[in-house]
Design a protein around this ligand. Structure first.
Ligand code: PNS
Length: 160
């Protein structure tokens, strides 16, 4: 089926993202995860290099099926540069779905590349990088881990 491209800001990468990565590897066999900039989210927590490194650490169990790269510019240009057959995205809520539908149709009009929207397992569906950052920045305790352990450790280091 060819390589698929999963773009995102991943600030930080969490268990919902990992769920999508594992599903996409099962479907496509090979996945490039693109660490990108979301113009709607100007201020972040981790640098692009840090985000890419945390994703690599979180996906070691998937071996060569996953490759993590940083990209600037448009998702369609990044997808074309790696000859991706599909773009992979996820939607958690109805609001997400509407945004993803509009981006998928824009990206298809621009490049001809189709987007596959995947849904995480229900136990991961509510997880949001924005809220993980807010909890970390305010020192909020989390009874249930929402991100891989390397990300939890990196969040604790950013706070201290
Ligand atoms: O994880 P996010 O923040 O939801 O990822 C959004 C991202 C980075 C995939 C999106 O903002 C994006 O595609 N950015 C690159 C710029 C682009 O291609 N814009 C046109 C979208 S139709």
């Amino acid at each position: 089926m060819g390589v698929a491209f999963y773009p995102g800001s991943f600030d930080p990468f969490h268990l919902g993202h990992l769920d999508i990565v594992e599903q996409a590897v099962g479907m496509f066999g090979e996945l490039v995860i693109g660490v990108m900039h979301n113009p709607a989210k100007p201020s972040g927590m981790f640098t692009a290099d840090e985000r890419a490194d945390l994703i690599r650490q979180s996906t070691t169990h998937l071996g060569k099926a996953v490759c993590v790269e940083k990209f600037s510019g448009l998702t369609v240009d990044a997808a074309a540069s790696i000859k991706a057959s599909f773009i992979v995205k996820s939607a958690r809520t109805g609001a997400d779905f509407e945004i993803e539908q509009q981006m998928a149709q824009t990206n298809r009009a621009a490049s001809g590349i189709n987007t596959v929207v995947l849904f995480s397992s229900p136990e991961h569906q509510f997880i949001s990088s924005t809220y993980i950052r807010q909890f970390a920045q305010q020192g909020g305790a989390m009874r249930t881990p929402l991100a891989p352990s390397c990300v939890i450790e990196a969040l604790a280091k950013k706070k201290s």
